[in-house]
Design a protein around this ligand. Structure first.
Ligand SMILES: [Zn+2]
Length: 178
């Protein structure tokens, strides 16, 4: 167990000094989710890993958000373009479906960026009993009030619902929890 952890640490350290992996990660920082342009694919948790595959090629591992999400084709295209622009035409993109993506993978920075874009971040399901039972408290991204109501199950995209704040009367989008 300890040996395995040390091995992982060594691999990670190696990754940090691998110029191509550093370049690939930097390039991917510029790839955003077309449905939520405020978030990079790293923020939203689509980007799982940037590593060397068994053959030594740079491998970008991604997990789609919602299955059949039409944005995934666009995202792969943008990843390819970002890698090519960095001189990493040989890099491979692997799509991993298991474990399935969950909104819990949205990073803290991602949640902050959602708020700044006026979108309420998903209620975190981990350790949140109320969320488990479907009683989600959605806070207004503008005034932080909990006095909100759902107007429509679907917002501009299927992954968002439309809410309205009773306190400040502003409508806003809520990134649904899955
Ligand atoms: Zn409000």
């Amino acid at each position: 167990m300890i040996a395995r952890a040390a091995e992982n640490a060594a691999e990670n350290a190696q990754g940090e000094h691998d110029r191509q992996l550093v370049d690939a990660r930097a390039a991917l920082e510029g790839v955003c989710d077309p449905e939520i342009p405020a978030l990079t694919i790293g923020d939203i948790g689509i980007l799982r890993d940037v590593r060397r595959d068994a053959a030594g090629r740079v491998e970008v591992v991604i997990t789609p958000t919602y299955s059949g999400c039409p944005a995934m084709g666009v995202i792969e295209f943008e990843i390819r373009a970002a890698l090519d622009a960095t001189g990493l035409e040989d890099a491979r993109i692997s799509t991993v479906y298991s474990p399935a993506w969950t909104t819990d993978w949205i990073t803290e920075r991602g949640r902050q960026r959602l708020l700044e874009a006026g979108i309420a971040p998903p209620a975190q399901s981990t350790g949140n009993k109320r969320a488990l039972f479907g009683e989600v408290v959605v806070r207004c991204p503008r005034c932080d009030s909990e006095d909100t109501e759902r107007v429509s199950e679907f917002g501009a995209t299927a992954c968002k619902a439309l809410y309205r704040c009773r306190a400040c009367a502003e409508p806003f989008e809520y990134f649904k929890c899955i």
